[in-house]
Design a protein. Structure first.
Length: 279
């Protein structure tokens, strides 16, 4: 093969299609068709033959990536029901394709698709594991959460009805507690925005969750009272704290101070009058 030839689409033999296309399945490689077009493509052979410092290598590499780019869309569509835009998944798959093109070794005799597909699938799965969860959960629970969804579909099809938790746990060979943890982890994948409208209403979710916190006003009053209480005699200050902070009855306060309940009542009234005068 002449390494100095310019890389153009004219170098692709006429019998080759314009782009990579999957063939019907006759096996399975991680759930993807194993019977694929003949490999490697002539452009891959040319890319491998070019020296690393050859200026034509950039064009050859771009041509190879473009020729196999439909593979990324084919694999990305397999994840279309995972809650992520297919275009975003396709971009991640394209990164996996670029890595596969750069690392592929023609001399090993391995079909490029057999090497590229696991590389691309790994990149997509890594993206789902590391970049799409709103709340970080252990990797084991992330993987089990996906397995729960797949097993639920399979059992629903087999049983012609919704499977029970026990049936799901038996299919996945996990305990009930682990299955429950995986289900709860699924709720951390996408968090609801508080600005989102409630179903069938124009009211925002934040408005339906908001409640009036009466303790906020009490906290403000406590801050205002602190400097005023400091100006009271120690016994009056203690009586007010016991009555309104510790919420003791006048009888309980009297027992602590060793005086009568009537005396506590008079002291409390006198202390409150002084506080009102200070305010």
């Amino acid at each position: 093969m002449t390494t100095s030839a310019h890389v153009t689409t004219a170098q692709i033999p006429p019998e080759q299609p314009d782009h990579w296309r999957p063939r019907p399945r006759s096996g399975n490689v991680d759930g993807v068709a194993a019977t694929l077009p003949c490999e490697p493509h002539p452009l891959l052979e040319l890319l491998h033959a070019l020296p690393t410092d050859d200026p034509q290598r950039v064009a050859a590499r771009a041509s190879v990536i473009e020729w196999y780019l439909p593979m990324t869309g084919y694999l990305a569509r397999r994840f279309a029901r995972r809650g992520e835009p297919v275009d975003d998944i396709a971009q991640v798959a394209a990164i996996g394709l670029i890595k596969a093109v750069d690392r592929y070794d023609v001399t090993r005799g391995v079909p490029f698709a057999g090497y590229a597909i696991p590389t691309i699938m790994g990149e997509i799965k890594r993206h789902f594991r590391d970049s799409t969860w709103n709340v970080r959960v252990p990797r084991r629970l992330q993987e089990l959460c996906l397995q729960v969804a797949s097993a639920t579909d399979e059992l629903t099809r087999d049983l012609q009805g919704s499977p029970s938790s026990a049936q799901l746990a038996a299919r996945l060979r996990v305990g009930g507690a682990e299955l429950g943890a995986a289900r709860r982890a699924g709720g951390a994948y996408r968090l609801l925005s508080l600005d989102k409208a409630r179903p069938g209403s124009d009211e925002q979710l934040s408005e339906s969750l908001a409640v009036r916190d009466t303790a906020m006003a009490a906290a403000e009053n406590r801050m205002l009272l602190q400097p005023l209480l400091a100006r009271l005699p120690a016994r009056d200050r203690r009586i007010i704290v016991l009555r309104f902070y510790d919420e003791l009855t006048q009888s309980q306060i009297a027992a602590q101070l060793g005086v009568s309940q009537m005396h506590v009542s008079r002291l409390l009234s006198h202390a409150l009058s002084r506080l009102r005068g200070m305010a």
